[in-house]
Design a protein around this ligand. Structure first.
Ligand SMILES: NC(=O)c1ccc[n+]([C@@H]2O[C@H](COP(=O)([O-])OP(=O)(O)OC[C@H]3O[C@@H](n4cnc5c(N)ncnc54)[C@H](O)[C@@H]3O)[C@@H](O)[C@H]2O)c1
Ligand SMILES: CC(C)[C@H](C(=O)O)[C@@H](O)C(=O)O
Ligand SMILES: [Mg+2]
Length: 363
């Protein structure tokens, strides 16, 4: 099967982890006789440097004309002093909005082999299997007005947290759908004791819940949820929450697995191409050193195979290869303090390729 994939490497470690992804996709293409065509586009800081715009029109066109989009990461100190509208992150937000990617899935999967990599105790993390369903095109990230007013001590900065009933309904429905598919439960996370938008959110969850009488659900305040994720993450199955809360909770949840370099994501729309990216950023502190963990990106490729192409067997083989590599003790620097055992990004990717090859031989 032929599939066209827009690759947006972006900034910092983005190009390094995207190279890992294309290498692995080529291997899977060979194994399963698929043709993956890569079309490259600029997003973020690199796009600003080349065109003055973090989301050039050409990039948007490439994405819209593809079957799926793979993103590395955007941003970095070089562009940190630019005005908000011209920052690399604005390019990513614009892309999410333009592609209508309202549903962001961030699964937190535990690998037994990584039990020692998590700062949390083994008995706390054993058996954790949860997914954060994050609203991605609304809330504080997009609300208007967003501005600076006044001067001196009177200067004000304004961000607006706004959600429509329609926006809440569609993401909450996704949350319930996932809980149904997983045969699990739903926790809706909000701040309804303070925020009006959260009170509407809670009302909508209670209404949508009536369509899913078999799904047990509950509400939790976000500050408590942040604590519960560390105290007892096993209590969660599907967490549905708004944009900003989902951003923060997913970075927190990544440490259950042992590293931010492990968590993948899929951003889905009603009908257009999905976008697949690790949840981490451009990691300026390690960019260019060739030591970034590629596994979050490779797991994002597995999510692409599943959600964009319905290639579930291919996705399962890739996920199993990642598990095999970790079981065999291979680690990038973020996963171990044992310097002798550290692999570079390329070495880790090659281990995944070898594990895939073994699976092809054995099947
Ligand atoms: N989706 C995205 O493109 C995205 C996501 C988050 C942050 N950012 C941007 O990235 C830049 C840096 O942000 P930050 O430093 O707060 O967050 P970050 O996620 O880039 O890095 C946080 C820490 O995690 C480490 N880390 C992240 N990914 C890793 C990997 N794959 N392997 C090993 N270690 C890894 C980094 O080295 C760093 O110490 C900012 O400009 C921010 O806006 C972009
Ligand atoms: C870079 C930034 C805009 C982005 C977000 O906040 O959504 C990132 O932190 C993420 O988690 O994808
Ligand atoms: Mg984030």
């Amino acid at each position: 099967m032929k599939k066209r994939i827009a690759i947006l490497p972006g900034d910092g470690i983005g190009p390094e982890v995207c190279e890992a992804a294309t290498t692995v996709l080529n291997e899977i293409g060979t194994m399963f006789q698929h043709q993956f065509e890569f079309v490259y586009g600029d997003l973020g800081g690199i796009a600003i440097d080349k065109t003055g715009n973090p989301l050039p029109k050409e990039t948007l066109t490439i994405c819209k004309n593809s079957d799926a989009v793979l993103l590395g990461a955007v941003g970095g100190p070089k562009w940190d002093t630019l005005p908000g509208e011209q920052r690399p992150e604005k390019g990513l937000l614009g892309l999410r909005k333009e592609l209508g990617l309202f549903a962001n899935l961030r699964p937190v999967t535990i690998y037994d082999a990584l039990a020692d990599s998590s700062p949390l105790k083994d008995e706390v993390i054993q058996g954790v299997d949860l997914v954060i369903v994050r609203e991605l095109t609304g809330g504080l990230y997009f609300g208007e007005p967003r501005e600076r007013r006044g001067e001196g001590k009177e200067e004000l900065a304004v961000d607006t947290l706004v959600y429509s009933r329609k926006e809440i309904e569609r993401i909450v429905r996704k949350g319930f759908e996932f809980a149904e598919i997983r045969g699990g439960t739903l926790t809706s996370v909000d701040k309804a004791n303070v925020l009006e938008s959260s009170r509407l959110w809670r009302e909508v969850v209670d209404e949508v819940a009536k369509e899913y009488p078999n799904i047990s659900y509950s509400h939790m305040l976000v500050d408590n949820a942040a604590m519960q994720l560390v105290r007892n993450p096993r209590q969660f199955d599907v967490i549905v929450t708004e944009n900003m809360f989902g951003d923060i909770l997913s970075d927190e949840a990544s440490m259950i697995t042992g590293s931010l370099g492990m968590l993948p994501s899929a951003s889905l729309s009603e009908d257009g191409p999905g976008l697949f990216e690790p949840i981490h950023g451009s990691a300026p502190d390690i960019a260019g050193k060739g030591i970034a963990n590629p596994l979050a990106t490779l797991s994002s490729v597995a999510m692409m195979l599943t959600y964009a192409f319905s290639m579930t067997e291919e996705a399962d083989v890739l996920s199993a290869a990642i598990n095999d590599v970790l079981e065999a003790g291979h680690r990038t620097a973020d996963l171990t303090s044992d310097e002798r055992a550290v692999l570079s990004t390329t070495e880790m990717t090659n281990q995944v390729i070898q594990a895939l090859t073994k699976k092809a031989v054995n099947s």
